[in-house]
Every structure is written in structure tokens, then in C-alpha cells.
Design a protein around this ligand. Structure first.
Ligand SMILES: *Cc1c(COP(=O)(O)O)cnc(C)c1O
Length: 483
């Protein structure tokens, strides 16, 4: 395409019309000093940030003009430029990492931060965060202590394990255990349990990194005791069972129960490890959810080492918990790799508080948000949805249809995969914008709202919305739909 001479002249004059960086910075600075504009966020903007934003925006105009996509002269003048500069600056002043409202109904939502801390845990974390603490200091002897001892006794009391260790997350726990107990030797696993969970954690790959050799046995749908037995040899270090927490193999299936695997392993003096994934300390079947083995049950079955996440069904901070027989845990503690995977003090503070809540199951279900959301009845979601709808009654029907609907929430976090949780959602059917546009606008709000689109409606599932968030959620929806 050839450009006409007048368009080329236009481009030249437009390029010349782009203000100097310092000039545009001074416009922006004087605008922000204006007491009318002195809202909180603008109070102190570092000059360097202003300059970077101005450079960025001006460079974009330059590129546009050179590409033949000409703005008007007015856009490049002070009044035209200021709104763009302010908008860009506002975006840069917003924290990158901030709270969102989870209206997806997925309780353990890995992308939205998995578990929420109970108030007590958050307070304990804050208390040690800005003060010195006895992280590795034994207050009885005045000597060096161990950070692990801060939660080990609690874990033993709650689960009946002989010893415990906590690391950065469950992936680290699995790696560390395999590296310690099976490096250079063989680990036997059923083909039905070679799981991949999100974020590229695959059992065969973690196994390879640990230096252990994977020996697959059985078929995808069925593995028997004799399959394990035939694979046991001189090089065998460990029998591994992996809880298939994010999928189910159903139909003609069978797997070897922990008790039976333990019985087999004892005969060969081999240890058994189970990666429980989303291990739980309480029996969810008592709350009408699917039965999953608890950590206590797995240990009682004789499994020698159990690993699970701190932030899945336990409802605590990100962590990997390793529980089991003392002599094995001692070996794991001494592995130099442990130092690289260690848990930090903030996590420990939060984890201790969460564990203490488990001494009283009722209290745990009331105060640990993950447990509260998982065990809360349909009626509660419905009441919350009604509150939300009442707050939105000012919205004209011509702008959006609102309806309370029955939906299914999900546990998430690769836990209880087939378990639908009956819940109530407010369904939005916007009349003046597309569903995708609505979803995007909700995400762009100062407190972003994440919902889900289903059957041509945007659903706000109230299971994962806190009572204290309803008013905020309503004002976001009002703002997005009302304008
Ligand atoms: C989630 C999960 C992991 C990884 O746990 P993180 O705490 O996310 O590192 C490992 N194994 C299984 C079976 C899991 O479900």
C-alpha cells in the first residue's frame, strides 16, 4: 500500500506534536497536585514511575503513527493525553497481587490461592512477621532449636504418627521422600496411579528427578497384589501408592488397599509410602461428602510414610506434610535436600494455628474456611444469593435478568473429583452487553470478581463468597451493569 503525500505529511506533523517526556510529566504532576484529583492512590506517586508511564504511552503513540494508525492531533495535546496517562498510572499503582472475589464455586481453587486462612492463623502469622521469634531457638535451653519442632508434636497428637516433618509443598515432600529412601533404586507403582496434577507435577517425572527408578505394575484399570509381588527384587526400595485425587478410574477396576500393600511389604522388609495429595484429618463422609481416606486411617493401616498438602483439604497454608515411622522420618530430616525445600516462618506460624483448631472438629469446621465452605448446607448459599439479589434490585430488568439457580460447586484442588456440592448461584443474563464482555468487566473491577459462564448465563456461585463480601460483590456488579 502506498501512502498519499498528505498522509505522510500528517504523520510528520503528528510525530512532531508528541510532547517531550519532561513536558508530559509536568502536566501529569500538576494534574495530580490538583486538590480535586488528590484521591488516596494519587497521594504520593514516585516521579520515576510517572516518567516511565509517560515514556511508555508516548512511545506507543510514536509506534502507532509510524505504522500508519494515526491518532488525532487533539489526542496528543495536554487535554487529550492526560486521561490516558492517568489511566495507565492508575493501573501501575494497583498492586499486582491482590484479593479477588471467588464466585466460581470451586472451593480449593489453585489459581485463586487454594485455601483461605482462618482469622487465628492470619493473626499468628502477622504477629511473628514483624517481630523476632523463636523460629530456631529453644526457649528452655537457650540453645539452637529446630523449626520443625514447632508443629511436630501437634501433628503426632492429631494423627498418631511417630514423627513428622513439614516442607515447602507436597510436590517437595514427594521428591524429598523418594530421594531419601529410593535414590538409585527401584520404586514400584501401579499404572493406575501415575498421576499428573496441574503445574507439570507427574509422578514418573518427579521419580526421575529423585534418582529413583520407576517400576510400573498392573494395568491402568486394575492392579493386584501379585503384580506388586512379582516386581519385587534386589533393587526394590519402596512400594508407592498415589492417591488418585483428581480423577477416578471407574468400571472394571481394582487397586490394592493400603493394608494389603503393607502386609505384602512387611514380608520383604520394604517400606510403603502413600502420597495422599489432598490429605484430610477429618472424615468428610460424616458431612455427606464422599469417603476419602483420612491421614489417621492411612497411618493406622501401617503405611510407613504419608505425604499431603497443607493447603488442600487441610485448609492451611501451602506446605507439604510428611508423617510416618520415626527412623524413616529421621533419615528424611537429615537429607541435605531438605534444607532447600524447607518451610518458611510465616507458613509455620499459620500452620500451627490451623492444626490447633483440629483438636475440636466442630471448631475446625466453623473456623477453617475451606472446611466451612465444604460442609455448609445449600440453604446457606441460597440465603446469601438472596441477599445479593436484594442488593441488586435497583438494576433495571432491561439491563440484566437476575435469577437464583441451583448449581453444583466443586471441591477443587484435585480432591473429591466426582463430588458435586449442591449450591445456589445468582445467574446474570445481561441485555446490553455480551457475556464475555460482562465476565471481563467483572475481572477488571478494583476487587476483581471471578464467576463462570454456563448455559448462556454468568453464574455467581455463593458457596465460595464470604458473607462479608456480599455487599462488595453487589457494588461491583451494580457498577459494571449500571454503566
Ligand atoms: C496436589 C497433589 C500433589 C502436589 O501437592 P502441592 O502441595 O500442590 O505441591 C502431589 N500429589 C498429589 C496426588 C496431589 O493431589
Amino acid at each position: 500500500m502506498t501512502r498519499s503525500p498528505s498522509a505522510a505529511a500528517d504523520s510528520h506533523s503528528l510525530l512532531r506534536a508528541i510532547p517531550k517526556v519532561d513536558e508530559a510529566v509536568s502536566w501529569l504532576a500538576s494534574e495530580l497536585e490538583d486538590p480535586g484529583a488528590a484521591e488516596s492512590a494519587w497521594a504520593v506517586v514516585p516521579p520515576r514511575l510517572m516518567k516511565n508511564v509517560v515514556r511508555e504511552v508516548l512511545a506507543e503513540y510514536r509506534r502507532r503513527i509510524l505504522a500508519g494508525d494515526n491518532p488525532s492531533l487533539a489526542e496528543l495535546a495536554r487535554e487529550g493525553l492526560l486521561p490516558r496517562l492517568k489511566e495507565r498510572l492508575a493501573g501501575r499503582l494497583q498492586p499486582n497481587f491482590r484479593p479477588v472475589i471467588n464466585a466460581t464455586g470451586v472451593v480449593v481453587h489453585t489459581n485463586l490461592g487454594r485455601s483461605l486462612l482462618p482469622a487465628a492463623a492470619s493473626a499468628n502469622l502477622a504477629a511473628v512477621a514483624c517481630r523476632y521469634s523463636n523460629l530456631e531457638y529453644d526457649l528452655h535451653t537457650g540453645r539452637r532449636g529446630s523449626r520443625y519442632s514447632l508443629v511436630e508434636d501437634l501433628l503426632l497428637e492429631l494423627t498418631g504418627a511417630e514423627a513428622a516433618l513439614v516442607v515447602n509443598n507436597n510436590a517437595a515432600a514427594v521428591l524429598l521422600v523418594l530421594q531419601t529412601l529410593a535414590h538409585g533404586r527401584e520404586v514400584i507403582v501401579s499404572r493406575g496411579q501415575l498421576v499428573e496434577i496441574g503445574g507439570s507435577f507427574r509422578i514418573p517425572e518427579v521419580m526421575a528427578r529423585s534418582g529413583a527408578r520407576l517400576v510400573e505394575v498392573g494395568a491402568t484399570n486394575r492392579t493386584h497384589r501379585r503384580d506388586y509381588e512379582q516386581a519385587i527384587g534386589e533393587e526394590t526400595a519402596l512400594l508407592l501408592k498415589v492417591h488418585t485425587s483428581n480423577y477416578r478410574i471407574s468400571g472394571f477396576t481394582s487397586e490394592v488397599a493400603a493394608e494389603e500393600l503393607v502386609d505384602l511389604a512387611r514380608g520383604y522388609r520394604l517400606p510403603v509410602m502413600e502420597d495422599l495429595g489432598s490429605g484430610s484429618l477429618l472424615d468428610f463422609s460424616r458431612y455427606g461428602l464422599t469417603k476419602e481416606p483420612t491421614v489417621q486411617e492411612v497411618l493406622a493401616a501401617g503405611v510407613d510414610v504419608v505425604t499431603f498438602s497443607g493447603d488442600k483439604l487441610l485448609g492451611g497454608p501451602q506446605a507439604g506434610l510428611i508423617l510416618g515411622r520415626r527412623e524413616l522420618i529421621e533419615q528424611i530430616k537429615k537429607n541435605p535436600l531438605n534444607r532447600a525445600l524447607r518451610i518458611d516462618k510465616f507458613t509455620l506460624a499459620a500452620l500451627e494455628s490451623v492444626l490447633r483448631l483440629y483438636f475440636d472438629e466442630e471448631q475446625a469446621c466453623r473456623e477453617i474456611p475451606t472446611l466451612r465452605m465444604l460442609t455448609s448446607p445449600y440453604q446457606e448459599q441460597r440465603r446469601r444469593a438472596q441477599r445479593l439479589r436484594r442488593r441488586l434490585r435497583g438494576l433495571p430488568a432491561a439491563c440484566c435478568e437476575l435469577e437464583l439457580v441451583r448449581v453444583n460447586s466443586r471441591v477443587g484442588g484435585g480432591a473429591l473429583p466426582e463430588m458435586p456440592l449442591p449450591s445456589c448461584a445468582l445467574a446474570l443474563k445481561p441485555q446490553r452487553m455480551s457475556l464475555n464482555r460482562l465476565e471481563q468487566a467483572l475481572r477488571a473491577a478494583p476487587v476483581p470478581v471471578i464467576g463462570r459462564i454456563e448455559d448462556d448465563r454468568l453464574l455467581l456461585d455463593m458457596r465460595t463468597v464470604a458473607d462479608a463480601e456480599v455487599a462488595e460483590l453487589a457494588s461491583v456488579v451494580q457498577e459494571v451493569l449500571g454503566t
